[in-house]
Write a protein that binds this ligand. Structure first.
Ligand code: HEM
Length: 481
């Protein structure tokens, strides 16, 4: 623990898990979220992430059903479809030895954006996607501004960048309000999609917030859910859900590329549980223990959110320490996750086996692992993020093996979140191992080929041209016709 001063505000950095538990769990009523700078709040949205008190509790209750197990289960086929379509595109870029270089940090962002858009807007997907693209643009501007020296009042000047940012802000708001209006009309006209949870209509943020707004108590104005609340929650979902999950996927892919023996073990598990051709189901995902350990180890070494900040609401005692009102407390997740006192001598190394008996047993303190925060304000999207990450990595492992590209440079860097400064180029190769003497593919993978690549084109171009593959493809074409 140590103290630093930023201007006139004291910041206490606390990395002892016992004290962290007091702040986030046992005495959480004495601490509140800090007020982010206006620039950050504008892009994060004034939603769940930043709300306080009763309004926060009310919104959390309204939004929670999106993340219930049953709703997440319904989202799996949609997630798998996005993933299959995206992987299919890799084949178009493959060289004649079946290899392709992919910059995965960009690639995973697109994939996650698709899922977050569906979780937020459901059936209004296309319009929602266009809005989120504007928000992505705005985040890029904000990240640039965040890195510049702060000049008071600068954000009010009509500079070129400020004008673009104001235009984007206006456009996002206007489009979201239009979308809310459209959905309200559709709700009135068609009640069928509201009544039941089905594969076509998992619960989405827009639907739940509009329902809450329509049912808001008219008398208690401060608790009424307004159109503005809906707009802000949509923005928050995008900000909180997209880059965090894509960073988890990126770091996991990088770590597996760096550690081929773990990659092979994870692939063996995926092929054993899900087979080489089937889309993993919810039950399959629950059985992927090794992949779960790998994701945890990735979140330990490279937690997308590197710190949590709280402010003391009143004077408060913390394990005998007197914390004056207004003190800012910083919980450095990244440092706690790398502390050799908690994680043993191999704290800096990638060793998923430490999670073999569960996250609570992995370190010397059961709360030393906190990538999603702790207590009542812990991440609401945790299960969605883990489900998407498991599904995406499992589907890649079914089809491809991968390694670092020669120009990969390891440079974790924090720009709000922890991301690879120079991107993450990886080389993917169609998974070939096994029994065919000619092409070295085993039967399962050969049968899988028509589903993952345009095999006929590959054969025509002279790649994988052995009889074994040709026969399999011809047979599958006969079945299709
Ligand atoms: C790997 C992925 C993710 C990581 C590492 C992560 C991390 C976190 C952390 C550390 C917090 C707690 C912040 C605090 O206590 O101050 C948090 C809160 C939150 N996260 Fe996530 N998150 C992830 C994915 C998601 C997703 C997919 C969504 C939504 C779609 C989401 C939405 C939120 C929201 C709304 C909160 C605020 C919860 C509240 O205060 O009640 N997150 N997240």
């Amino acid at each position: 623990m140590f103290l630093v001063w930023f201007g006139s505000t004291a910041h206490l950095i606390i990395s002892d898990p016992a004290l962290i538990k007091e702040i986030l769990v046992l005495k959480s009523e004495f601490f509140e979220k800090d007020e982010p700078p206006l620039l950050v709040k504008r892009i994060e949205g004034n939603g769940l992430l930043n709300l306080k008190g009763q309004k926060w509790a009310q919104h959390r209750k309204v939004i929670q059903p999106i993340f219930h197990t049953e709703n997440l289960k319904v989202m799996i086929p949609m997630m798998a479809k996005s993933m299959e379509e995206a992987l299919m595109k890799w084949s178009e870029k493959m060289s004649n030895i079946g290899k392709v270089e992919i910059e995965v940090s960009d690639w995973f962002q697109n994939l996650v954006e698709d899922v977050i858009t569906r979780a937020t807007f459901g059936s209004s997907y296309e319009a929602g996607r266009a809005i989120f693209q504007l928000q992505a643009e705005q985040i890029v501007h904000a990240a640039e501004a965040y890195h510049k020296v702060y000049i008071p009042g600068y954000r009010f000047l009509p500079t070129k960048k400020n004008i673009i940012s104001w235009r984007l802000e206006k456009e996002i708001r206007k489009s979201l309000l239009n979308l809310i209006g459209d959905r309200r009309t559709r709700r009135r006209e068609n009640a069928s999609c509201r009544a039941a949870l089905s594969e076509e209509c998992p619960r989405d943020l827009l639907e739940l917030m509009i329902k809450a707004a329509d049912e808001s108590p008219q008398s208690k104005e401060s608790l009424a859910v307004t159109e503005n609340d809906i707009v802000e929650e949509c923005k928050t979902f995008f900000f909180a859900g997209k880059q965090t999950t894509s960073n988890l996927l990126t770091w996991t892919a990088v770590l597996l590329a760096m550690h081929p023996q773990w990659q092979e073990q994870a692939r063996e598990e995926v092929l054993r549980v899900c087979g080489a051709r089937d889309t993993p189901t919810k039950d399959d995902l629950a059985k992927l223990k090794m992949l779960g350990m790998i994701l945890n180890e990735s979140l330990r070494l490279y937690p997308p959110a590197v710190a949590i900040i709280r402010q003391a609401k009143t004077n408060v005692q913390l394990s005998g320490l007197h914390i004056p009102r207004g003190t800012e407390l910083i919980i450095p997740i990244l440092a706690v996750h790398h502390d050799p006192v908690l994680w043993h001598h191999d704290a800096q190394e990638f060793n998923p086996a430490r999670f073999a008996t569960g996250a609570a047993q992995a370190a010397k303190h059961p709360m030393a692992f906190m990538p999603f925060g702790l207590g009542s304000r812990r991440c609401i999207g945790q299960n969605l993020a883990v489900q998407q990450a498991k599904l995406a990595i499992a589907m890649i492992l079914q089809r491809f093996s991968f390694e670092l590209a020669p120009d990969y440079a390891h440079a974790p860097s924090v720009v709000m979140l922890l991301h690879p400064q120079h991107g993450a180029p990886l080389i993917y190769q169609l998974c070939v191992h096994g029994s065919c003497g000619e092409c070295k593919m085993d039967d399962d993978l050969v049968a899988l080929l028509p589903r993952i690549v345009d095999t006929q084109r590959i054969i025509n171009e002279g790649r994988f041209g052995c009889t074994h593959v040709k026969e399999e493809v011809q047979a599958s074409e006969k079945i299709d016709t």
